[in-house]
Design a protein around this ligand. Sequence first.
Ligand code: CMP
Length: 139
Amino acid sequence: AIERTFSMIKPDATRRNLTGAIIKMFEDAGLKVVASRRVHMSLREAEGFYAVHKDRPFFGELTEFMSSGPTVVQVLEGENAIARNREIMGATNPSEAEDGTIRKLYAESIGENSVHGSDAPETAAEEIAYWFAGTDIVG
Ligand code: CMP
C-alpha cells in the first residue's frame, strides 16, 4: 500500500552538507518527498519528539545532539514507505548497517547516525503531526 513516513536528516549530516546526497538516495529508491522543512530544534522540542526514550540512559546525549544544529524534517511517500525507508537507512548502529545504506555510508556513530525514520504506522502518524500541519503535505 502507499504509505507516508516521517524522516529526519540529523545535525551530523547537515553539518557535512549531505542533505542532497541523502535525499537522492530516498528518491532513487522510489520514495517521494511530499513535505520538507529545515529546522534548528530547541532542546524542549527534541525532548518532546523523543519522549518515548525519556528513561533511556542516552536521552540527554540524544536530545542535546538533535538540538545542536539544523535538521531537515520530511514526509516521504511511496509503496511500503515505512519499511522501505528503514531499508534505505540501514541499522541504527552503523557498524551493523548493510553496504549501500545511508548509515553505512555516512553515519559517524550510533548516536550521530545521520537519519531518523519512523518504525511503524502509528509512530509515523504521530511524528508527522509533531512537525507538519496537514496543509504542509503536498502529494
Ligand atoms: P533514532 O532512529 O533517531 O531513534 C532514537 C535514537 O537514539 C537512535 O536513532 C540513535 O541515534 C539514538 N541511540 C540509540 N542508542 C543509542 C546509544 N546507545 N547511545 C546514543 N544514542 C543512541
